[in-house]
Design a protein around this ligand. Structure first.
Ligand SMILES: *Cc1c(COP(=O)(O)O)cnc(C)c1O
Length: 369
């Protein structure tokens, strides 16, 4: 029987594919003397814009700042709220707070995504922008969200930090919206070897504004047109990302294959719901999330079998200590229910069929006893 422990995430099989290329790139950059912004960053921005089918890509320091800087660049009414998803990583909300705006949250649907039905309960008069999240690797229903937002002229920023390479109805994030933001945190589907992020957009004015905002409000050295900040990408990270981008589709395909194996082997368990892929959606499985009865007991059982799992996320944003008092009005019963019932299984390129078999057998064993 398979004995080794299975980590929740292991980057090594991916690293082996491009290790030589990363070595060469770091050597070149060390000796170039050019470490922040510059040609390597411009090359990555060009390639990622092309990959995401957007006109512009503006690299920044991380995914959180990608959100907060985009909000700042849109110059929104400070008295109104910005809506994001209750079922998300805290950064989706924190980006709003850090840009000096008020957060409001909507619940998720059974696919764990931004619930478009919940939008109907919201008074658009109070809303200055909306930030749907493409969670776990799957895009939210942008057609519905755009229909709602466009009828009130509310700009949309798509938090795509978990959805590099995803599409829905043949459209990628940022299609007919203000912008889409990405994180290149090392464990994302496309990850740097440190912190990095970016914004993609078809809006030239927004792109130029963001380029200045990330660099002290300046495009010409020492000329500062407005109050910017420092959120720039390193040449090293850009060069690494340009290399890794070439393999993104291949690795996303590997994730989908693992998801298909899980689906096949877990389908017969009646106490367990498989992740739903929406019609027309290309899911890139940043996470493989199941919903189960007795989640905590299952997680403990799997730990004892040497299988690491995580919960995304155990405490909904509005129930976290950080947001509890200011978001006490939020009603998100589905998000709250999922927080006690969902479990993320390991999914990383390089996992073997033997590992997946062992994980599925262990889950079957748990539900039989
Ligand atoms: C990772 C993540 C972010 C933040 O990215 P950082 O680069 O860690 O700042 C934002 N939103 C979501 C949904 C994420 O998963």
């Amino acid at each position: 029987m398979f004995k080794t422990t299975i980590p929740f995430y292991n980057i090594q099989p991916q690293n082996e594919v491009y290790a030589n290329e990363l070595d060469q790139a770091s050597y070149q950059i060390i000796h170039s003397g050019n470490y922040i912004l510059g040609p390597y960053v411009e090359e990555f921005e060009e390639k990622f814009a092309q990959y995401t089918q957007r006109k512009h890509c503006i690299s920044v320091g991380n995914g959180l700042e990608a959100i907060s800087l985009t909000i700042r660049a849109l110059d929104l009414d400070p008295k109104k709220n910005i809506i994001t998803a209750a079922n998300s990583f805290i950064a989706s909300a924190l980006g709003i707070t850090l840009a000096g705006k008020n957060v409001d949250l909507v619940d998720c649907n059974p696919s764990y995504l931004f619930d478009t039905n919940d939008l109907k309960k919201i008074n658009p008069e109070n809303i200055s922008a909306i930030i749907p999240v493409h969670l776990y690797g799957q895009m939210a229903d942008m057609t519905q969200i755009r229909n709602w937002a466009e009828s009130y002229s509310i700009p949309i920023i798509e938090d795509s930090a978990q959805a590099h390479g995803a599409s829905r109805d043949d459209q990628t994030a940022g299609y007919k919206t203000a912008a889409a933001t990405y994180s290149f945190y090392p464990t994302k589907n496309l990850g740097a070897l440190g912190d990095a992020g970016c914004i993609v957009t078809d809006n030239e004015y927004l792109a130029n504004h963001l380029k200045m905002l990330r660099n002290y409000g300046s495009i010409v050295k020492y000329e500062h047109d407005f109050l910017g900040t420092n959120s720039r990408m390193d040449a090293l990270q850009a060069a690494f990302l340009t290399i890794k981008l070439k393999y993104l589709d291949e690795f996303n395909q590997a994730r989908r294959k693992i998801a298909a194996l899980y689906n096949e082997r877990l389908a017969s368990i009646s106490n367990l719901s498989l992740p739903q892929v929406e019609i027309g959606s290309t899911h890139v499985f940043h996470q493989y999330v199941i919903e189960v009865n007795h989640r905590n007991e299952l997680q403990k059982f799997l730990t004892e079998k040497g299988i690491a799992t995580l919960i995304h996320y155990p405490i909904p944003i509005h129930q976290s200590k950080a947001y509890k008092s200011q978001l006490s009005h939020v009603r998100a019963p589905r998000t709250e229910k999922f927080a006690s019932r969902i479990l993320s299984l390991p999914i990383w390129p390089g996992m073997t069929e033997e590992m997946i078999e062992y994980i599925c057998q262990s889950i079957q064993k748990f539900f039989k006893t």
